[in-house]
Design a protein around this ligand. Sequence first.
Ligand SMILES: Nc1nc2c(ncn2[C@@H]2O[C@H](COP(=O)(O)OP(=O)(O)O)[C@@H](O)[C@H]2O)c(=O)[nH]1
Ligand SMILES: [Mg+2]
Length: 202
Amino acid sequence: MNNCILLGKPNVGKTTFFLSYAEYLGVTSCILEFENFEGSVTRKNYSINVARSYLINQTPFKTKEICRMNLSIPVYKGRTEITLFDTGGLIDGISANEIVRKSMAEALKQLYLADLILHMIDASSVDHNCCSTLSEIDYQINQYGHSRGAYCILANKIDLEEGEKGLSFIRKEFKDTYIIPISARKMKGFKEVNKFVSRVIQ
Ligand SMILES: Nc1nc2c(ncn2[C@@H]2O[C@H](COP(=O)(O)OP(=O)(O)O)[C@@H](O)[C@H]2O)c(=O)[nH]1
Ligand SMILES: [Mg+2]
């Protein structure tokens, strides 16, 4: 089984991508598995739109548990199954909030187990000072990702005006990394993401 993890700061658009990528692959109704911190798994069957209304939010750490979904990816000859993991988000340092600390520990555990790492950065907020702004943790994920090999950066929110400027900055900062500009909201760049995922997992 191929485990593919979505990682990045809170509010960069991981959950939006998680659901929109499934939709891009033809999924209309999905079975989401939520694993709590004690390891027990709850399965929920949602339409993509209902899942969006429940899971996507401007509140940082809206997604705290790991949420996963099995997806069928077209590869060279046929299709391959992957499990895509949506995580709660990583921040710099150690949070004072125990739930956030547990959420980050779970994300790091899944990162260790992942076969493919999709590191999402909010290209529209690199000049801002908000929870999704590129920071030290992104450089650490990048370093770890390179050490693992199957890794790329998804530079999200390029539909916003500041996104283009942010993308140039991200390209300068991470010169050795394969960067895919995307808009998770507008489903832009998904063809490139799909190509990358297919190439790595086959
Ligand atoms: N403009 C724009 N907003 C986005 C995009 N992707 C996500 N968002 C918004 O960013 C916020 C956080 O998204 P979410 O998927 O919950 O981020 P997560 O915390 O990384 O899972 C929400 O308000 C989304 O609607 C995008 O591609 N473009
Ligand atoms: Mg989320």
